[in-house]
Design a protein around this ligand. Structure first.
Ligand code: C2O
Ligand code: CU
Length: 476
């Protein structure tokens, strides 16, 4: 894998951070101007938005370097953050300004199958110049995101993604609610996006891991905070393939939600917040550093490739408060059905293939298999269900990674509880929609198949998704 330090603007390595001359703050993402039919009160509202995926030019790297041609929603990377409240109805018109077909998948939010955005499985592809209307009610609060589900490794890899934030009806008390959409790019020296999307090397190894990491579409230098404030930091990993392992030096973040779903508040294992592609984490951080001080945030996931992501920079002003805010950080649960583990049906989902694994006998262009078969999804591919689950049944899937690679496995239309890893019960039984399997690891996940339709289960390393690591589960 490439070192981040090859490009002067490509993130600041721990050793060579001085090369990054520009002082760029973490950009705030503009909220989309939303039309709401009722502003006040807690009544559910209809929230309308327009998303126009099309080529655009943005400044990913510091100002003294060139801008980058991308594909973007509404000319912004990431796309506009759609913010609504639990129970609201979202209506989004997607107008395709790309030269190829696209769709929008609303990652992690439970919705009707017809709104899931998988071409040919749940809707026809939106052709260039055409539009499609998505409309659904959001049952769960939390941090979600949206992205294309067609030719994903290139459409997402060129910049198409954005946040979908659903606020609790009664949110926890914080001073600031901050969003970091983490991006990862493979750039040339002139800051243009390197081609070669979908090459077999990327497909059969760890995917298209880039050389430039962005927060909210910019290579960041500092993140400005005030002493004493309490932050809710919503992290979204929108990268094709990069896994992050974030360490907030001098701070003690508490994880309060994973993949949008509340979790018992806890310090991350080993002090590192691990975030695989498509995963989200909501952190609560009390900013207890000294006014004027700086603290680094490191990404330590890949051994010997650690780098400094950004500095937390305290303003000189006196602390907002001297003691941490005395308020609960426990989020209210979402209305998910609890799986019945005694009566659940059980299935094994076995992942094989990849470099150093068994790729023999796989169809051309395929590098991975699930239960011995390779499929991808995307325009023109019909995918037969691997399993048919009776609606309302509880289901335990044992996901078995027999490869030498990491795979974040994502199930559409449902959240699942992670019951065990390698047979050992998990401490928090967290609800996720994307579970990261380490090489050779097994995870048992449970959910109630209560959402009818055909739902994909696939690796969210987008190159793996396209080269065999995709199956479909039918709930009927
Ligand atoms: Cu985030 Cu099937 O996708
Ligand atoms: Cu994978």
């Amino acid at each position: 894998m490439e070192q981040l330090v090859k490009h002067p603007f490509a993130g600041a390595s721990l050793a060579r951070r001085r090369f990054l001359a520009a002082a760029v703050g973490v950009a705030a993402i503009p909220l989309i101007p939303l039309r709401r039919d009722a502003q006040a009160g807690t009544e559910p509202r209809l929230v309308e938005a327009r998303l126009a995926p099309a080529p655009a030019t943005v400044q990913l790297v510091p100002e003294q370097y060139p801008s980058t041609g991308v594909w973007a929603y509404n000319a912004a990377v990431p796309g506009p953050a759609l913010r609504l409240r639990q129970g609201d109805r979202l209506r989004v018109r997607v107008e395709n300004g790309l030269e190829e077909g696209t769709t929008v998948h609303w990652h992690g939010i439970r919705l009707p199958n017809a709104m899931d955005g998988v071409p040919d499985l749940t809707q026809p592809s939106i052709r260039p110049g055409e539009s499609f209307l998505y409309e659904f009610t959001v049952p769960d609060a939390g941090t979600y995101w949206y992205h294309p589900h067609q030719h994903s490794y290139e459409q997402i890899g060129r910049g198409l993604s954005g946040a979908l934030i659903v606020e609790e009806r009664e949110p926890i008390r914080v001073d600031r609610d901050v969003l970091w959409v983490l991006g990862d790019w493979r750039l040339e020296r002139d800051a243009s996006i390197r081609g070669g999307f979908g090459n077999f090397m990327d497909l059969s190894h760890n995917g298209r891991v880039g050389n430039t990491v962005t927060i909210n579409g910019r290579v960041p230098e500092r993140f400005a905070v005030r002493a004493g404030e309490r932050l809710r930091l919503r992290l979204i990993n929108a990268a094709n393939a990069r896994i992050f392992g974030l360490r907030f030096l001098g701070h003690e973040p508490q994880v309060v939600a994973l993949d949008g779903q509340p979790v018992e508040p806890h310090a991350p294992a080993g002090g590192v917040v691990v975030l695989a592609p498509a995963q989200r984490a909501d952190l609560v951080i009390d900013m207890l550093g000294e006014p004027g001080s700086r603290h680094e945030v490191h990404d330590t996931f890949y051994r010997n490739l650690e780098y400094r992501l950004v500095d937390v920079a305290y303003a000189a002003e006196p602390p907002l408060r001297t003691q941490p805010l005395d308020a609960s950080i426990r989020l209210p649960a979402n209305p998910l059905s609890e799986p019945d583990l005694v009566r659940a049906e059980r299935h094994d989902i076995v992942l094989t293939g990849g470099m150093m694994g068994n790729m023999g006998g796989l169809p051309r262009g395929m590098a991975w298999a699930v239960n011995g078969a390779s499929s991808s999804c995307g325009s023109g591919t019909v995918i037969d269900p691997l399993l048919v689950l009776r609606r309302g049944r509880s289901c335990v899937l044992r996901l078995v990674n027999e490869t030498e690679w990491h795979h974040p496995m994502h199930l559409h239309g449902h959240s699942f509880r992670v019951l065990a890893r390698d047979g050992r019960p998990t401490r928090y039984r967290e609800w996720l929609d994307t579970v990261l399997l380490a090489p050779r690891e097994t995870a048992d996940v449970a959910f109630v198949a209560d959402n009818p339709g055909d739902w994909l289960l696939h690796c969210h390393v987008l190159e793996h998704q396209a080269s065999g690591m995709t199956v479909c589960l039918r709930v009927a």
